[in-house]
Design a protein around this ligand. Structure first.
Ligand code: HEM
Ligand SMILES: *[C@@H]1O[C@H](CO)[C@@H](O)[C@H](O)[C@H]1NC(C)=O
Ligand SMILES: *[C@@H]1O[C@H](CO)[C@@H](O)[C@H](O)[C@H]1NC(C)=O
Ligand SMILES: *[C@@H]1O[C@H](CO)[C@@H](O)[C@H](O)[C@H]1NC(C)=O
Length: 505
């Protein structure tokens, strides 16, 4: 005779277990929501109880990436300027609040969503995901100079070389009359140019003419993942941080192998010949400055240097490529704007600069003298819609009162979203969804004063590069890239819908 099941196990049938589990989850979510003390802030009902709402919205919109779109943009005007988007999360749409949240006075810590940027398998913290201001300052100080305006001049020759490489490719297509896909080639260019400035050598996309090491595809997947996991950090705990899944660890990517090789060669060279690093014929790239910083900053270890140099490429290239892509798409649809850019570029006296004697890349000084080009570039930043993640900050023990009087208790996570701030109709106009560089220019009949006021309001609301001490360290470099590439390419080529390069004269 079989042993009879003990009574207690009979009572706890799977159904009861499930019911008990669900009930305790509901109780937990409810208590957690109440304890956040944010019931005074409007928002979607489900969002009050779980981050799943945000995660789901982000995931849905990831599969519909046509144009600028995300759940943050969709909610503009729906719940007011301050919206509860999670049990503890509050999204703010008010430009007045930018300084309150990201300014130097409050110095708020970064919020939990940034943990998706922490790299697995190393003890290295990406600059962007360092939590507190003090540690961040310690790590940013040794490298800040390399990104400053005064260092830019040294990177111009690197960018020029990469522009020439791209032009070579365009000329080839011009010669045999085949169209070229500019979305793809500008993407290759963006990766190679960031790598060139960072490591002194390109990854090699322009030479190969395809995503030869799978890096661009891997990046695309990673960004997609981050935009969801940033909204639903539990996903990160389940996947990337899950000890069980460590068993399936991937081998290091070809890009990291590349990074490690270049850095170790350069370190060996620096050790052998310390003088060559600071002087020497070669212009300093970012890696050179980081190696030089070892003298004064012991925290610049070899692995740290590798990591910082590599993250430049990862942080910078995709965003720059997206901004350029926004421009190229708009240009193909607007021949008259190309004409206008072309006249502007031509009218800046090229022979005032030595570069003028060649058809070579325009020097930064020249590129900066072109107000319409500047408007186009501003508009491309505004339109490309990244970064998709919310810029989260943790409210400290004192709580935080927003300019409109709404109070956030300690422990709340307050954030803004760059893409949605760029779409605010009361700042950018009713046509905010449309790519229209003219909004950055003085309008007919608009007084100087009104223009400056309007432009200032737009500039202030754009947080595409973040704001305050944690803002993008690479912004100057991106500007340099974009001014130079457009000022050069649009002087030589026109883009049209099929992407056929077509010399202007
Ligand atoms: C169009 C291109 C780019 C955009 C839109 C962009 C945007 C941003 C944003 C929004 C942040 C963080 C703000 C925050 O979390 O509060 C950031 C941080 C950062 N970016 Fe960029 N970025 C771009 C290009 C670059 C480039 C080219 C580099 C490298 C040369 C770079 C390096 C970094 C680094 C290292 C940080 C972390 C800074 C810190 O925490 O101190 N970015 N970027
Ligand atoms: C151009 O390249 C991009 C990125 O690789 C791709 O998504 C797009 O479909 C291509 N366009 C054409 C017309 O082939
Ligand atoms: C950049 O990453 C996004 C997000 O995954 C992807 O959709 C896009 O195609 C990438 N753009 C470029 C130009 O690399
Ligand atoms: C451009 O600048 C050069 C040198 O400063 C000057 O000689 C020349 O006349 C200028 N050309 C035009 C068209 O203004």
């Amino acid at each position: 005779m079989a042993l009879s099941t003990p009574l207690i196990l009979q009572a706890v049938s799977p159904l009861y277990l499930l019911a008990g589990f669900l009930l305790s989850t509901v109780v937990y979510l409810f208590v957690q929501s109440k304890r956040a003390n944010l019931d005074h802030i409007p928002g979607p009902t489900l969002a009050k109880y779980s981050n799943i709402w945000r995660g789901y919205r982000a995931w849905r919109l990831n599969h519909h990436t046509e144009g600028v779109n995300n759940y943050q943009i969709q909610m503009i005007g729906q719940y007011g300027d301050v919206v509860r988007i999670g049990p503890k999360h509050v999204l703010v749409y008010d430009p007045e609040a930018i300084d309150t949240i990201y300014g130097f006075r409050e110095r708020l810590d970064k919020g939990p969503g940034y943990k998706v940027f922490v790299m697995t398998g190393t003890d290295q913290t990406a600059l962007v995901s360092i939590k507190d201001e003090k540690t961040h300052g310690m790590y940013r100080r040794p490298i800040a100079h390399a990104y400053s305006l005064s260092s830019l001049k040294g990177y111009e020759p690197y960018i020029d070389q990469m522009i020439e490489k791209l032009i070579g490719e365009l000329d080839k297509h011009d010669a045999d009359g085949t169209p070229i896909n500019m979305t793809r080639w500008l993407q290759y260019w963006a990766f190679d140019v960031m790598s060139k400035i960072s490591f002194g050598e390109p990854i090699g996309f322009l030479d190969h003419g395809d995503d030869f090491n799978g890096m661009i595809q891997a990046q695309r997947e990673n960004f997609r993942y981050i935009s969801v996991a940033n909204n639903f950090p539990f996903l990160d705990t389940l996947t990337k941080r899950n000890p069980l899944l460590k068993l399936f660890k991937k081998k290091p990517s070809m890009f990291f192998t590349f990074a490690r090789r270049v850095v170790s060669e350069r370190l060996a060279q620096a050790t052998k010949d310390p003088e060559s690093q600071s002087q020497g014929g070669r212009h300093e790239d970012l890696l050179g400055s980081f190696i030089a910083a070892r003298k004064s900053y012991p925290l610049m270890t070899d692995i740290r240097i590798t990591h910082i140099t590599a993250t430049n490429v990862l942080a910078g290239a995709n965003n720059s490529a997206r901004a350029m892509d926004a421009t190229i798409h708009w240009l193909t649809a607007h021949p008259e704007a190309q004409e206008r850019l072309y006249s502007e570029i031509k009218s800046v006296n090229m022979s005032a600069m030595k570069e003028a004697e060649t058809e070579g890349p325009a020097a930064l000084e020249l590129a900066l003298k072109m107000p319409y080009l500047d408007a186009v570039i501003q508009e491309s930043y505004r339109q490309f819609g990244a970064p998709a993640n919310n810029l989260e900050r943790l409210v400290g023990d004192a709580g935080l009162t927003l300019p409109n009087g709404v109070h956030l208790p300690p422990g709340s996570v307050v954030c803004m979203n760059a893409a949605s701030m760029s779409m605010l109709p009361h700042v950018f106009g009713q046509d905010a969804r449309v790519f229209n560089p003219d909004r950055w220019m003085q309008q007919r009949g608009e007084s100087d004063e009104a223009f400056h006021e309007r432009r200032w309001r737009m500039q202030r609301a754009m947080i595409v590069f973040g704001h305050g001490s944690r803002s993008c360290i690479g912004k100057n470099i991106v500007q340099l890239e974009l001014y130079k590439i457009w000022a050069t390419l649009l002087r030589i080529y026109k883009v049209s819908n099929y992407g056929v390069p077509c010399p202007v004269s």
